[in-house]
Design a protein around this ligand. Sequence first.
Ligand code: ADP
Ligand code: MG
Length: 152
Amino acid sequence: MGVIVSLNPADTESLGESWGRAAQRGLVVALNGDLGAGKTALVRGLARGLGCTSRVHSPTFTLVNVYEGGRLPLFHLDLYRLETKEQIHSAGVDEYLQPDGVAVIEWAERLFERGVRNAERGTGDAARIIRFVTIEIADEHTRRIVYEDTGA
Ligand code: ADP
Ligand code: MG
C-alpha cells in the first residue's frame, strides 16, 4: 500500500506518470474519488508515462477511449454514467478487466464494491493486477492518494 500527498495537479500527474513508466501488460488501475478529485489528471500522467502523446479526456459518448502510440495501449473508462451493475456489464466493461495493455477506470467503485479486494485475492489468477486507488480531497489543492495492488 502507498500513500502520497499531492499538492497540485502536476504532483498527481507525476504519480500517474511513474506508474505508466513501470506498467506491465494487464494492469488495471481502479480509480475512486469525488468529482474534481483528480482522477483524469492521474490518467493524463499514466498516458505520458507510457509514452503516449494523445489528448486525455474522459470518454463521454463511448465506453472507452483508447490511447495508442505508447509502449502499451491505454484503455480509459469512466463509469460515471453507468449506475447499475447490469448497465456496466451490458456496456461491455468486463473485457477491459484483462486488458491487452493497461486499463484505467474512473468511478471504479460502481464495479468493485466493498469486500472485492479479498474476493480478487482469492481468484488465483496470477496474471491479473488491480491497483485500487482512492483520491481524497483534503483542500482546494491538496489530495491524499492511497493505492494498493491486489492479485500480484
Ligand atoms: P476527476 O476526474 O476526479 O473529476 P479532474 O482530474 O478532471 O478530476 O479534475 C481535477 C481538478 O482539480 C482540476 O481542475 C485540477 O486543476 C484540480 N486540482 C487541484 N489540486 C489538484 C491536485 N493536487 N491533483 C489533481 N487535481 C487538482
Ligand atoms: Mg474525470
